[in-house]
Design a protein around this ligand. Sequence first.
Ligand SMILES: [Zn+2]
Length: 508
Amino acid sequence: MKRLFICLMLLLPVGVLAQEAAVKKIMQMAREDNRTMQHLDILCNRIGGRPAGSNACEVAEQWTAKTFKEWGLEVTIEKAGELGVGFNRGGWWGRMTGEESMTLHFATPSYSSGTKGPQKGHVVIEPRTEEEFNRMRGVLRGAWVLVNGKSGGWGLPHGEKAKENRHRIIAANAEAAKYNREHAGQDGERKPIDENTPALFYDEMIEAGALGFIQAAEVPICALYDRNVVLDGAKSFDDLAKVPSILLNEEQYARIRTLAQQRRQVELEFDIRNHFRLGPVAYNNVVAKIEGKKYPNEYVIVGAHIDAFDVATGGVDCGSGMSAVMEAARMIMASGAKPDRTIIFVMFAAEEFGLLGSQAWLKAHPDMLPKITNMFNRDGGPMPYTSFSVPQSLLKEYEKVVEPIHELYPDYNFTLNAITPFKKPTRLGGNDASTFSVAGIPAVQMADWADPKGYNFSYNEIWHTERDTYQKSIPEYQEQAAVTMALMVLGTANMPKQWPRNEVFLAE
Ligand SMILES: [Zn+2]
C-alpha cells in the first residue's frame, strides 16, 4: 500500500500536490482561524464611516495597503481621481422644546453643511408662492423651515442651475393657479401644481435669514450626499451649501408640522458638526497582487469598495465586501498557494459617488482587460455564497473546486451550474462588477442572497442608512463567504484555461 502511494505520488505533478496542500491549509484556517470579523471591526469601529474625500477614507486606504503588505502581497496605491473639497463628519443632535418637547431623530447627507454651533429657532412651513413668501419674509429670520416632499437621501440642490429650476417651477405654479382660478367651474380642467419639489424659495429664504431646511424622511433614515458639491465638482468652500439640509424622522416631521400649522409655541435646536477639508483630495484604489506562476499575464480580479457612507459605519456596504475579500487574500497567502494566474485584489475608491474607482482602474489598465478571466466582487450584504455559474467547458474542473466547500459547509448546499450565455450589458448598474461587464469582461458572481439559517436580514434596512453598522453583519455568513471566495478565486486562477468569453456573453 505504501509503495503504491509513493508510485501515485510520482505520477502526480508537483504543482498539483502543492495546490492540494494549499486548499487543505485554507480548510484548516476556515475551521480554526477565520479573521473576517476582525477586519470588519477595524473598518467600522476603529476607522468608521469613510466617504471618499474624508480623513477616514484615507486611513482606510492606508490600513488596507499596510495590511495586505504584511500578509506578503505586492501592493500599489493607484490614484483614481480627486474631489475639489473633502468632508469630515462630526457628531449631531437636535431637540424640540416649548409646549411639547422631544429628542429629534435625524441625519444629514455627506458633504452637506452643518450648523454654526447649537442653533435654536422657531418653526415655519415653507412658502409656495411669491405672495406667501412676501407675507413670511420677516418671520423667516432665525427660523427652521419645514419643506415639502419626502427625502430621497440627497442634500437640497443649490447653486445657479437649482435656482433657475426652482424659478421655473414657481412661474409654472403661478400660471397654473391663475388658469385654475379663471377656469374654475367651467370645464373642470385643472392644471397641476407642483407640491413636492422642496424649498421653492431656497435662495430667498436663506437671504431672509432662515437657519436651515427640514424634510421628512422614512425610518431608517437614508442619507446620501450633496450632489452639487460632489458631482458638480465644488472647487472651494464658496461652493458649499450655506445652511443645513436636515432629514427628519417622518413621524416627528408630521407632528412638528401640525404644531406649526396650529401656531403653537415650539422651538427646534440643532447642533450639526459637518466639516470640510481643503481640496483637492485624492481618492485611491488599493491594489494587492499575488503573481501567477504559469500565466502571470492572465488575471483573476477580486473587488470590493473601500468607501462607505458615514451616518453609520459601512458595516455591510461595503464592510461585508472588504472584510471577506481581505480575509480571502490573507488565507490564500497564508496557504502558500502558488496560483497559475495572477490574482489581483482591488479595493475600489469612490464607488458610492458613481463607480468612480472601478472606472478609473479599467481606464488605467487597458492592456490587462482582455486577459481577465473573471471579476469577483462582493458588495451585496453579509450573506453566504450558495451557488456559482461557470463556463460549460470548465464545469467538470470546477466540481473539484467545490468539494472542500461542501465539506466545510454542508448546510449551505452550494450548487454549481453552467452559464447560459447572456447579452453583454450596455449600462452601468449598482456596483463595480457592472463596470467590468459593460466593458465585456466576465464579472459573474456567486449567488449571495439566500438566508439559509434564517437571520431575517434586510438589505433595504441598511442600504445607505443610519443602521449600516458592524452589528448588522452576520459573522457565520461572513466567514463562509470569505472561505468560499478564497477557494473559488484560487480555483479560478488554477483553471486549465482562461474563461472563454463566448461562453459568458452572446455574440453581438
Ligand atoms: Zn456598496
